[in-house]
Design a protein. Structure first.
Length: 148
């Protein structure tokens, strides 16, 4: 056994134990998020920036079907010829304190953030005019116009 074999086996042992710890850390974070969600709840604020961008909460939708009884829908007017209607998942409550803000609350952080990302997909923040749907005070760096 030479010197190089020993160092290789030691580094291999470090990576194996590190991999095990990664799973422990992930499990700890998930449990911590669940405890925090039940005790305090999670919330996310979406900000609609753009001329004519509006959001409302509706009890029924014209284009999509409800997946469970009593489901509400977020109706977005974000520059398309028709309003976009998204069903609010179970465990998430949505409200619109202002027409350009959506407040999402729930006890499951994963479901909440996934639904916020689904809403954001309809108008991602655009770097030239600064329009789009922003999550939790997100900011973008504006780019200069391209001049020929």
């Amino acid at each position: 056994m030479n010197k190089h074999d020993c160092t290789h086996s030691r580094s291999l042992m470090r990576t194996t134990s590190t991999r095990r710890l990664c799973g422990v850390r992930t499990t700890r974070a998930l449990i911590q998020n669940q405890i925090l969600g039940v005790s305090e709840g999670h919330s996310t604020i979406l900000r609609l920036v753009g001329v004519g961008y509006r959001a409302t909460i509706e009890s029924s939708a014209t284009t999509t079907q409800a997946t469970y009884p009593g489901q509400k829908f977020v109706s977005l007017k974000v520059g398309y010829s028709h309003p976009i209607e998204l069903g609010i998942p179970q465990g998430v409550t949505a409200s619109t304190p202002q027409p350009t803000r959506i407040l999402l609350e729930g006890c499951e952080k994963d479901t909440l953030k996934r639904f916020a990302a689904e809403i954001r997909e309809w108008r991602r923040p655009e770097p030239y005019k600064g329009k789009g749907i922003f999550i939790d005070g997100e900011t973008i760096k504006l780019k200069a116009k391209k001049i020929k």
